[in-house]
Design a protein. Structure first.
Length: 200
């Protein structure tokens, strides 16, 4: 689905991300945003949402990490402000702007989505947890945390942290539960195999 507004939002968000510190970030970069949009479209299509709702989800997906251009902390609120300013300028209906900002806010960790649209973006944002490229994506996130947030972990601590996160995480939509859950279990097994073996 491509509308003129979506095209504008894509270009606007790409400029925000690629002309800021996000350009050098290993995980929260333009590729991640494109991945989330692609995942969101796929999930929303399966969930049979209306065209207007899908448009709102796509726009929210493009904007959801734009606030990272300043800092990771509080980036969801800044992302909402960027989206609101852009959508207001483009004469998007006020009630739809409110919906878009609520969809963006739903991505804040820990996630507590209420509407199906919010569940779609949450699953789209964390879809890599249930994909075969999880290891690559997760390593990129670890490097980003080290370089941009001064957060350092031993290999054992990193694996333990991620095992706990994956075990406590639940996909929200029927599509994600069906297509991502099994691989997520495999990713947990892979992480466990990296831990030092306990003495019998």
């Amino acid at each position: 689905m491509t509308t003129e507004l979506i095209k504008k939002a894509k270009l606007h968000c790409q400029s925000l991300i690629e002309n800021s510190r996000c350009k050098g970030m290993q995980f929260h970069n333009w590729q991640h945003t494109k991945d989330v949009v692609r995942n969101a479209i796929l999930i929303a299509k399966h969930e049979k949402l209306s065209k207007n709702t899908v448009e709102e989800i796509i726009i929210a997906s493009y904007f959801h990490d734009t606030g990272n251009e300043q800092a990771a902390s509080g980036h969801e609120q800044r992302s909402c402000e960027y989206a609101k300013a852009f959508l207001s300028q483009n004469k998007f209906p006020e009630e739809c702007i409110t919906t878009v900002t609520k969809i963006i806010k739903a991505t804040k960790m820990p996630q507590h989505p209420k509407t199906l649209a919010q569940k779609v973006i949450c699953d789209a944002d964390l879809a890599h947890l249930g994909k075969k490229n999880f290891g690559v994506k997760n390593n990129s996130l670890r490097n980003e945390w080290e370089d941009y947030s001064d957060m350092y972990f031993t290999n054992e601590k990193w694996c333990t942290l991620n095992i706990s996160f994956l075990k406590n995480h639940r996909f929200q939509t029927g599509f994600a539960q069906k297509y991502y859950s099994q691989q997520k279990l495999e990713n947990i097994k892979t992480l466990k195999a990296l831990l030092p073996q306990q003495e019998p």
